[in-house]
Design a protein around this ligand. Sequence first.
Ligand code: GLA
Length: 683
Amino acid sequence: MRFPRTAPRSDGGTMTASRPWPVGVTGLAYGGDYNPEQWPQDVRVEDVELMREAGVNLVSVAIFAWATLEPREGEYDWGWLDETMDRLADAGIKVALATATASPPPWLTRSHPEILPVTEDGTVLGQGGRQSYAVSSPVFREYALRMTRAIAERYAEHPALALWHVDNELGCHVPHDFSDNAAEAFRAWLQRRYRSIETLNEAWGTAFWSQRYDSFEEILPPRAAPTYANPTQQLDFARFSSDELLTHYRALRDVLREVTPHIPTTTNLMCSSATKWMDYFSWSDDLDLVANDHYLISADPRGHIELALAADLTRGVAGGDPWVLMEHSTSAVNWQPRNRAKAPGEMLRNSLSHVARGADGIMFFQWRQSRAGAEKFHSAMYPHAGRDSDVWRGTVTLGRALEALAPVRGSRVLSRAAIVVDYPSWWAAELDSHPTNALSYPGELLRWYTALWDLGISVDLVPVTADLAGYDLVIAPTLYAVRDADAARLAAAAEGGAQVVVTFFSGIVDENDHVRLGGYPGAFRDLLGVRTEEFHPLLEDEVHHLDDGASADLWSEKTHLEGAQAVRTWADGPLHGWPAITRRATGEGAAWYVAARPSAAGLEALVGEIAAAAGIEPTVSGLHRDVEALRRFAEDGTTYLFVLNHSDRDQVVQVSGRELLRGTEADGAFTVHAGAAAVFQES
Ligand code: GLA
């Protein structure tokens, strides 16, 4: 993985975009999922005219088309897809062509019911929805490979073909399959990981509760059991499930590479605070181009912050390279409890926030709003209401905006702050039978991210294996399960001059979920200069205070100072007077331990203090807290400043350069109106 070094220390050597781009797509990519199989011929013809009007240059086709393309086993009906590809090619619109394997056709689940996935409690998930397959099923895989090869060979030389789109949101509905096929594949995975059953018994701690295995044949997935399943078994099953989906991706990708070595391949990931199904960082090297789907949490009045987190996380998975937003929504979705329509300007700001954070393509689910099926009330680029609608006008406006932003392509985001994100820690920290069930890993991640967002500080979200040397501030929220080498990397960052922050329930266990003995936070005791003898999680609604007046909930612990100094102590509660937040100077930097969960205001004050110690300034000072400002840096030295005003007040920024969306020159004070966006090519 590659990460750009920080702006002030950059030698420029890491600035070159190094991932392939959809063949023939100029400027930024713009479009969405296109499902012409749902529509008659006249609509299909109109679609392409409308796409041209909106400036669409890339569409994802055939994602759920298996049953239409292969209506009976071995009988293909390519007619509609041939015509679609030709029509799009004639219009100069490129295609991210899917493998069509995201949902098996009814004839397949009927003739091979053994491909169906099974839940933890043994329920077989039938056909009639989508994604009704067990990814470990050799039979399913054989059929999926056959379909992939057929479509690859059919369109290998087609001029519209720009990118391969493997399956769709792999694991979205069935992240964990507990079928017999999965059991067999899990055993094989465990054999590769542990080699001997003795090693597995040791790693899983099976001396506990009479769980000792005598052979790999005895092992099952962690199916529903009378009480808590073995935690290491659960953790390994999460690792296995991620790897199993990746193995399936690789097999399909290899067919595509063999048939069309000139066409890059991707799949739409789901990096966000809501999705822990896969270790997305482990997918990075296998994706030619990283693509993500993200949907705004519409009930959250500040949902644009979680959106920003998802975008930064995707950039992290891409190793800092530009990526593509493969799907989001123009307005409401159909699957949240209350599906709010977006406010005027919100969709443009959402889109540009992704671009500001490294996306070189903005796409949607879907092009035309369906009139039938489960997603007919999900918004689209072309809505039920037709042309005379704000949604359609928004689609056209965004197309113009992205055309104007074409020069941004390939430029990068350079951050001096990093947050370490670790999926195994996420999985393990949220297992059952822990000190508190109320700890949410992404909740903690989002709290720290929000504090930086509110301070206007740009941050990279990086894996625990990343080279941290270029960062001046490194935050590790709830890094529960760590290997010695990972802990050493954080220590080296502090030695080297960074402010390193470790939060509670970090460094507690090794990669097998075995506690590191001698006091918490095991792996980070020396770095932090503290030793905790016992956790004191707070009860529901229990709130205490720190000596700076901030309230704190959820967590406390009895921490001894062993080289660190207390930065905040408990001002009340059972641990009155004990350290809650500590700091230890080390080498050129410092290591902070946050053994409490301060309120949002308390956390922002703390992060402000630590960022100041790291010498990090906001991208633009003095902005309203709901105004987002971010810079992308091009290799030739050009910088692009994005200012997105999510607030209801006009915002004046001091800037000189060209405002690309309006095509005007800015010299000095520029007003970004409430709800509006501006992008400056700075001079
Ligand atoms: C995901 C899927 C799409 C569609 C949307 C709805 O992104 O990939 O097929 O179901 O969700 O939001």
